[in-house]
Ligand binder design. Sequence first.
Ligand code: PA5
Length: 448
Amino acid sequence: MIRLTFDYNNALDFISEADLKNYQEEINHHYLALRNKTGKGSDFLGWMGLPEQTHAHVLDKIEKTAAGLRKKSDIFVVIGIGGSYLGARAVIEALNHHFPHLKKENGAPVILYAGQNISEDYLHDLLTILDEKDYSLAVISKSGTTTEPAIAFRILRSHLENKYGVEEARRRIVAITDKEKGALKQLADEEGYETFVVPDDVGGRYSVLTPVGLLPIAVAGFDIRAMLDGAKRMKDHIGKDYSIAVNPVSAYAVVRNELYRKGKTTEIMVNYEPRLFYFTEWWKQLYGESEGKENKGIFPAGVSFTTDLHSMGQYIQDGLRNIFETVISVELPDNELKVPEDDKNLDKLNYIAGMPIHQVNRQAELGTTLAHLDGGVPNLRITIPRVNEEIMGEMIYFFEMACALSGYILGVNPFDQPGVEAYKKNMFALLGKPGFEKETEEIKKRLD
Ligand code: PA5
């Protein structure tokens, strides 16, 4: 039984059940295309089988490697960008203490990230921290040639070698990359790094349930088997019946497309728990890269409430009416803390004295939903009982599957990303990369 529920009742002032029903035949067809690998991008459907097909020996190796790295590291640096970064960060930040770097015990290293930007100051500051601490790292790149992580890895590898010597540095580096090709694979083989494979048929943004996500998540101390179990539960559940009335994945994929057709071209993912911030970032990449092509696609945005109610709240309530919101609603906190009574009551909060903070948060959520509905913002709600490994697994599979279906409804290939090459071509031309001589000449003329 899955724990996640999806509720679109608060969108029914904007779309009708009758219109949604019209998608049923199409959605059945798309499920079959995914199952039989006959749709667009069908070479990249390996993620669908990950919950049950990840071999026990791969999980054993991940856990063993993670345990070894945990023992010798105060800090573990995850080097990667896009799909080789966001999934791990989404899960780790969702499950971790909010202030892991200030928390003493628990045995897990603090997880830091590199290679997700090209900031000199960021890397400089990271090195000053790593000077003082024991650390190890994972370099994650399916292609093995992505500029941002390649620069970060060059710097950190040399730092590790200077700090520990070449032999020990090799034992502190794990490479997660293609099984046979790419510069990183070649280097890993030459240096003898521990390696894990990103399967050929799994694209970056669908790779969190491969070693790309599993190894860092295990190093951070979380139960990767429970996460895969949660994903499997979602997979089994949605495989039973595709009908929009009972299948939350079908319903989410269809409802968001129907809203899009009604002019709601921006979807805002809303969390009321700061620990879900990076889950939204992961979701933004998944949906943005999968659907934003051929001059179409819902624009995926994200906000954290109630924080952003004091900034973006104004726009959402009163701005251009092309938005709908999808709230991740967490029913229970892990801890209890109540609003204290105060004799002076200068802040006039005694009316909620004794109330758990989470209950205040829930009322803020309900009040906001109603206000936004009044302001013309349809509201979709994904409710989860709490945040743990199994639920994260359920959510990951839910959103991946819905993204694939939603992309098919939109008529695009949800598994490619041709648009991300444009900036790379220009950057390589500007940097004078060998092989880009013609582009360099052209771009120089354009800038003259
Ligand atoms: O989802 C994707 O395919 C991209 O975001 C990639 O993950 C990202 O560009 C990093 O690629 P690579 O793993 O080859 O370094």
